[in-house]
Design a protein around this ligand. Sequence first.
Ligand SMILES: [Zn+2]
Length: 190
Amino acid sequence: MRGPIDDKFDRIDFARDLRGVVVVFNLDDVREVTSAGVNEWLRAIADAKAAYAAFLRCRPAVVSRFNDVPGFGGGGQIISFYLPYECPRCRTTFQTLHDMRRPHAWVGALAPPPANCPACHRPALFDGLPEMYLAYLAKAATPDPPALAEELIEEAEARERRIAAAAAKKAAQKAAGGQKKAEGAEGRTT
Ligand SMILES: [Zn+2]
């Protein structure tokens, strides 16, 4: 799924395709869920009647909805989710990804794990109330996706790895290009 879940969410189309199927939602790109979006989503998920549903890479905006809105997952399972952090020193904000198929004692303890700032490598602070993100997960059963869902999860993760690799390559090329430009500029001044 791409973009926010808001009043433009098409629940009729959404539900029509899902009856009786195994479905894995990759929510990596869903960074906002509006109140209007919640209402549409709840009706869609109730109408969908999937055989099995799983939610992959839930952003904090989505995880917090699982916590506030009863039935938000419609019986589907959260496979993986992000937690939000902020660096107190350089103010970098970032999110860490966690897989619910492995047990994490800190989920039950409502105590997010320590994380270091990717920019300055110092310890970062959890950016929010832990129970807003972890209360639902602490009570949820360990996900047990059927084989077909596991395959879909692996496909989605492979796609995410390709996207991340392409982004890293682009960033490296941009940095190298910038470097060349800087060298060129230096060449002209000397
Ligand atoms: Zn920092």
